[in-house]
Write a protein of this length. Sequence first.
Length: 652
Amino acid sequence: MLKKEIDHWLIYATIFIAPIVVYFFYLSSFPLTYDELRSVQSVTVDYNWLRQGRWGMFYLNMFYSSNPVLPFVGIYISSVLCGIVVIKLFLFSRRESTFKALLFSLIVFLSYPSLIYFYDFSTISYSLGFIYILTYFSVLYFLSDSFLKNLIAILALTISIALYQSSLTVFIVMFMISLFFRSHNNLGKLFLKLFIGILLSIVIYYFSVKFFVLINNVEANSYVSSFVSYKFDKQSLLILFTNFFHHVFSFYTFSYSKFISHNYFLVILLFFSVLFSFINHKKIIPNSKIVTIFKLLVIILCPFTLNLLSPVDIPTRTLIALPLAVSFLSFIVLSHYQNKLFIGLSIFSVLFNIISVNKLSFVSKNAWNYDQRVGSMMIERIYNKPGYTELLLSKNKIPVHLVGFMGRKENQYNREIENIGKSFFSWGNNELLNVARLFNTMGFDEFRFANPLMLQSDFNQIRDMPNWPENGSVRIISGAVVIKVSDYSEAQVRTMCSIFKKNNIPDSCLVTYNPQSIKFSIQSYDKDMEMLDSHILKESRLVNARYRNGVLFPLSSDSQIILPNFNNNSKNSEISLSIKGDYEHDDTVEIYFKRTANEGYSANNMIRINILASNPSIIINLPSYLFKNGLRVDPSNHKTPINNFSVDVNNM
């Protein structure tokens, strides 16, 4: 073996240790996430995967749903499969012809730890290993002249797309990497073969989705197409491509908000990879500079391809090919340049990447530990409740009803970066059945979720409960344990109020969103109420709206009425806000408030109220301190004029 190759073996062996350490750390301290809790004890098959066109995930999830070690199985298989590929080639392949295959496999292995921490999105992570292995062998078989292997490659790519549509970018990046160091005189033929293979895989995938949707009797939704939103005009395309290259720059410089620390070594590495490929391309591949640079640019830009579907941000989890491209930048410099500066640059880039993703894993582990501690305190409260033993004996499994959602205050140790570090109690709409599964994974098997129907009659009573961790935030109501961490989320309100007919909806159900759990009450009109300001609309500032002769004319769906300040010395007193008008159809009124005079209005400090056309007047009693810095009332989501419109503020 050449001395240069021996030096490379030592370098690769050194870098090889880093991902092994990461795999070990992750498997020894695996933090559960929201989706894993849903899957671990799933009692029903999740047909949403089929509706979204991911029949591969549907069957993979169904296979694992009853497995109590689900979180470990997916990552364990993924790490072992990737590791076996590398170790096998490392131990048994020393020939020059297989040397490049070893390097390619090492890129895959080096990339995978970044994927685990980069997303922390369990329903994707336990499929990533399968996606990488399927696409890896799909690329190898695509390069074969055997028709049978080509057919297997197409089927493997189809399955990987069925697991996650973004796996197509992984395949393209791997394919370009496999061609980068190979000498081919018929590159045009290979690219045509690539195009036909991808096209056939997409066609097979399309009809397979139709087939699995049909046999499972479900209706497909427009999940993927919902991300597509652009126009073929000059301005829209300019915005689209500007955002695209901004994303590319942000991720490769580690300046995106997802990263805790920057990796400037990677930026320098990117620059030298492009520069050296251009200057010394003859040492890499006997093709023109244009072809060499084209391959490199495809590898660098391809992970972001789905960002071209819409000028709006595409979910970060779609960038599953990005770590592969990042690892390749180190690979290209290490493979051809023995200068100590460039070798050190590559190693530092890899190590900084490992450090960055380990910081994210620390954040994720902290979040899981926090959820466990909160869960333990909740269970202790439940155990100390009078009537707990009798309830357990009578029901065998205690129904648990979790109300609302709860985040965490961030500091240098507790961060929330998209999915990473997100508390279980603040995930999604926080479906009402989650907390029992959290308790089950902690080893407390006596809990199950409470059917919302059994507590619908107690809706108002539950809404009046104090929030966690105040006394009274955990109660036994109607044979179920109720834990309230905040007011009901909007999705929870819809669930709890679904039983009521439109003409018989309780007043409390009209308030659908109240994230700050502001105390409120709905009341009927009282002619004896003291009006604080009879000219409030004249003194208010209207944005995107006009008011004339008792008629409000919204100029857009974002019409606003900013009320003047009302000072009240008593913080315990209430002020009633009356909103009246002849609404032509059901509508929504949003009330925004500010804690301080200098802050702006935000969706987190807001109360959303449904206005029914059958009863278009509402009076809501709110704490007087909310009026101190001026309320903002968004009177409608439509542009339809509202006759006989008025806003009044009254003393209780």
